[in-house]
Design a protein around this ligand. Structure first.
Ligand SMILES: NC(=O)c1ccc[n+]([C@@H]2O[C@H](COP(=O)([O-])OP(=O)(O)OC[C@H]3O[C@@H](n4cnc5c(N)ncnc54)[C@H](O)[C@@H]3O)[C@@H](O)[C@H]2O)c1
Length: 367
């Protein structure tokens, strides 16, 4: 793409997350402009061009980038249609429930010569960016152990209806929920920070809150979903990890913590909004074992950004800026693409299998 050309963006879905994170991100980046927004509830789409029909948006020839920010069961079909139409695609996670579908979409993007990005929000937080830089520069030496958490109390109250559940699902079977919705970004960070692929996982899931309000019916019903889960993993490098996700554990948003311990040092990054601050990074070394807070350098922040800003706009501004830069600059650079999304989804699929079959599961999954 020519660098003097503004990236023209079409957004699918004008719900809570699009308004809180995606749209402010595009408005902050002078290299792009929003051309159209489509939502089946067309009143939500408003400006600049409001459409009710996603296909109409995808087919327009004045759009370069399609952003899929709709409920998760619609992601794959919409992303696939946008790729078929030759658009760059940003898609909220998961691209698909089965990692093999995400791989097919990655391959379609390659054939079409377009770039993809998954909404793996937390790898773009300024503090996490700096943590990645420190790890790559050898600060911790060889990674031994990664501990990851994504947890908060968003759905501890059963009267707060979950948006994306299937009320017709077989309630005798525990359905994957937190592991997928909350697990994806922290699994992605494990991959990035350890710098190796997982070879084995074993995990378990639980349903702690049995009945919930269903938005569609306005009534309480049995909802056998995983609202908390834990797994262990072994990496090809020899490193180990533990990962815990839950949306019924008391604590504030977004609730990410990534700890990595290596041969020369340790880093702990917390993305939890507390006392008006949304991220902290702390470090220890063998000669200074008391963890101390590090200053995150200015280059990690989007223009005008600071750790006092809302995590939603701060982290997503970096994500959007990363994608627009990758499109404008051309070349191979494309971090957090559908290939990375497929890797994350394969781990989720393997942990689910481990739970159902009560055993360790090998990766890559070979069936
Ligand atoms: N990456 C993150 O940190 C993060 C955080 C929150 C939400 N999300 C994801 O963002 C996505 C949207 O979540 P939300 O909270 O905004 O949901 P929401 O229900 O508030 O909004 C979804 C919108 O999509 C519209 N829609 C549904 N089907 C459509 C279609 N086929 N074409 C066009 N519009 C359609 C709905 O009318 C609604 O306005 C979900 O996949 C969610 O998991 C990601």
């Amino acid at each position: 793409m020519k660098s003097d050309h503004l990236v023209r963006v079409g957004v699918l879905g004008a719900g809570a997350w699009a308004r809180a994170a995606h749209l402010p991100g595009y408005r902050r980046d002078p290299r792009c402009r929003i051309v159209a927004i489509a939502d089946t509830l067309v009143d939500r789409a408003r400006i600049p061009l409001a459409l009710a029909n996603g296909s109409e948006l995808v087919e327009r020839d004045d759009i370069d980038l399609v952003d899929v920010c709709t409920p998760s069961h619609t992601h794959f079909e919409l992303a696939w249609a946008a790729l078929e139409a030759g658009k760059h695609v940003l898609c909220e996670k998961p691209v698909a429930y089965d990692f093999r579908d995400t791989l097919r979409a990655r391959d379609l993007a390659r054939r079409k010569g377009v770039k993809t990005k998954v909404g793996l929000t937390f790898r773009y937080s300024p503090a996490m960016r700096y943590m990645r830089e420190l790890v790559a520069g050898g600060f911790i030496g060889r990674p031994f152990i990664f501990n990851g958490y994504e947890q908060n109390s968003q759905w501890l109250d059963p009267m707060n209806p979950l948006r994306q559940v299937d009320p017709d699902a077989d309630q005798s079977i525990l359905q994957v929920s937190s592991l997928e919705g909350y697990g994806a970004p922290i699994i992605d960070l494990a991959h990035l920070l350890v710098g190796s692929d997982l070879t084995q996982v074993v995990g378990t899931m639980r349903n702690f809150i049995p009945e919930r309000m269903v938005r569609a019916t306005g009534r309480m019903m049995r909802m056998n979903i995983d609202d908390g889960d834990i797994f262990l993993g072994e990496f090809a490098s020899g490193a180990l990890c533990s990962v815990q996700t839950s949306f019924v554990t008391v604590g504030n948003y977004p609730g990410i913590e990534a700890r990595v311990f290596g041969s020369n040092g340790a880093l702990i990054c917390r993305l939890v909004e507390e006392a008006g601050i949304c991220e902290t990074l702390r470090a220890a070394t063998p000669d200074r074992v008391e963890f101390r807070e590090l200053d995150v350098p200015a280059w990690c922040y989007p223009p005008g950004g600071s750790r006092h800003e809302s995590w939603r706009t701060l982290f997503y501004a970096n994500l959007i800026s990363s994608f627009i830069g990758e499109i404008v600059n051309g070349g191979e650079a494309n971090e957090g693409d559908f290939g990375d999304g497929a890797w994350v989804q394969e781990v989720i699929n393997a942990v689910e299998r481990s739970f159902r079959e009560r055993r360790w599961v090998s990766l890559p999954m070979d069936d």
